[in-house]
Design a protein around this ligand. Structure first.
Ligand code: ZN
Length: 526
């Protein structure tokens, strides 16, 4: 067999990479991760005695059948992936609507759930199919008189087919939500532009063995790891809804099913670094981007990467149980939820506090709930946690009234609009006092996640009088998605449009074609 694998790897580059390197858990460990009792998961994987990965055609067939016979579910398409696969979306309303404008007019909270941004994390995608079934013809259908649900079961359809994390382009789509350079991510945001989310749940899986064994000699023990948006520009009110409404609902559901949970943590590839980190603050991570545009946002990850389909029923059930809890608590007081989200958005639009451009994070000791790799016995391990909820501002600057953009204006406007940002245009030429950026490039850190590079740009700010031509793009900060605006347009914000090359700048230019407007009273806008 070994020679055959070698031969195939030589003949078909990419074949070896596509083969999941499966970690073999002992039967003693597996005994701790038995099926969740009493679950009725209606999805393709559980229609056979032994679950299997659901292929693209089986997913489409299932959704066709489901939406064909349901009064509530309508099947749509986000568009096509890089490899031309269809990316399905399911709209679920009591009325069975599929027109985004008509759905918006229902006035109910709009809750988006998505699975499999990473193709090798199948349990979240499978749970989305079971959830679509339960909402359209099962136990959850009554919720649709209170809430609207939109499900994208599989964002990364190409990666899922190849059992690979990344998109067919090789990029990590989960880091592309500010930049919007990938067709799959752009297509998702275009659908969200037509029907903006109030709440977003993003379903993933995390590695069981991998660096956890290499660094700490144990396996990740938690069934599920959870984290809300963590970025200094997320409106406080949104974080309060996340932590005060959804997290307690998750924990109650987890406890009821005898599952275990922890905050979502990761650890650096460098083996000598024995610290762990809460999920990061980068604005382009889906979890954070949705928060910055004014939605409550959660990442939900089950214990599943690198173990094939072991404990698959439990993994899919865990996603299902948490999604169900989130939908139920949303439906318990839909007007209250909408009111609080609206208050959060209004507060973001009215915010005049300084922008935090860069920051350090606090560290603290925690017990990481690992398990013994042989016996599965609990092995709580004291570690240093880098805490993305504990922000220490480093570079801070006054919040402008808005930004002027002189280059690539239609592209910039289109990308921002996909994240719910409203833009204006200068109607009459004017000489205006602005703050300009002098830019110095520095080394970018390359990694698999470098689609949204860390701060690759340093700036110095100087005042000047700028001749602003008519037609210049003006992006006001007095709007709910102000956090998106600053993340995209402050050149030294991680993954900014200037750093990523969306706003082009010649190498011999020193001044960025982006300007801070502290007082917009002199501008005539249309
Ligand atoms: Zn993932």
């Amino acid at each position: 067999m070994r020679w055959l694998i070698l031969l195939l790897s030589l003949l078909l580059p990419g074949w070896a990479e596509a083969q999941p390197s499966t970690y073999r858990q002992t039967s003693a460990v597996l005994a701790h991760y038995a099926d969740v009792a009493g679950m009725k998961l209606d999805s393709p994987a559980f229609r056979t005695p032994e679950p299997s990965l659901t292929r693209q055609d089986a997913m489409l067939e299932f959704l066709d059948e489901l939406t064909g016979e349901s009064r509530h579910a309508r099947l749509g398409s986000l568009g096509r992936s890089t490899e031309r696969r269809d990316i399905p979306v399911v709209y679920l309303t009591a009325e069975g609507l599929d027109d985004p404008a008509a759905i918006h007019r229902l006035g109910r909270p709009v809750i988006w759930l998505m699975g499999q941004q990473h193709g090798n994390e199948p349990a979240g995608g499978e749970a989305m199919l079971a959830l679509a079934s339960a909402l359209s013809r099962g136990e959850l259908a009554p919720l649709l008189s209170k809430i609207t649900v939109v499900i994208v079961p599989r964002v990364n359809v190409d990666g899922a087919e190849a059992d690979k994390r990344v998109l067919a382009s090789g990029a990590d789509g989960n880091r592309d939500h500010l930049l919007l350079s990938q067709p799959e991510v752009r297509a998702l945001h275009a659908a969200m532009q037509a029907l903006p989310p109030d709440v977003v749940f993003d379903h993933h899986e995390f590695s069981v063995a991998w660096r956890w064994v290499e660094k700490f000699n144990g396996l990740q023990g938690s069934d599920v790891m959870i984290l809300e948006a963590t970025n200094p520009s997320i409106p406080n009110e949104l974080s309060e809804i996340a932590r005060g409404l959804y997290r307690p609902a998750f924990e109650a559901a987890i406890k009821k099913q005898g599952l275990s949970s922890f905050d979502y943590v990761t650890t650096d590839p460098v083996l000598a670094d024995k610290r762990i980190s809460l999920g990061g603050t980068a604005p382009g991570i889906a979890r954070n981007t949705f928060g910055l545009r004014g939605a409550v946002s959660y990442l939900i990850e089950t214990r599943g990467v690198g173990i094939g389909l072991q404990s698959y029923q439990r993994r899919v059930s865990t996603h299902y149980v948490l999604a169900k809890a989130a939908l139920e608590v949303s439906a318990a007081d839909p007007e209250g939820l909408l009111r609080r989200v609206a208050q959060a958005r209004a507060a973001a639009a009215a915010d005049r506090s300084d922008l935090i451009i860069s920051h350090d994070q606090g560290e603290r000791e925690v017990d990481l709930p690992l398990i013994n790799a042989e016996s599965g016995a609990p092995m709580p391990t004291p570690v240093r946690l880098i805490d993305s909820r504990d922000i220490r501002p480093v570079d801070v600057r006054a919040r402008p009234a808005g930004y002027l953009v002189l280059h690539a204006t239609s592209d910039v406007a289109a990308r921002l609009a996909l994240n719910e940002v409203r833009v204006r245009e200068v109607a009459a030429p004017v000489a205006l006092s602005v703050e300009a950026y002098n830019v110095a490039r520095q080394q970018t850190r390359k990694s698999r996640e470098s689609i949204n590079p860390d701060q690759s740009v340093r700036v110095q700010i100087k005042r000047k009088t700028l001749d602003v031509p008519a037609g210049t793009l003006f992006v006001p900060m007095t709007q709910p998605a102000a956090g998106i605006v600053a993340a995209a347009l402050e050149p030294d914000s991680p993954g900014s449009y200037l750093a990523a090359g969306v706003i082009p700048m010649a190498s011999d230019e020193a001044e960025a074609p982006v300007y801070r407007v502290m007082d917009a009273a002199g501008l005539t806008l249309r």
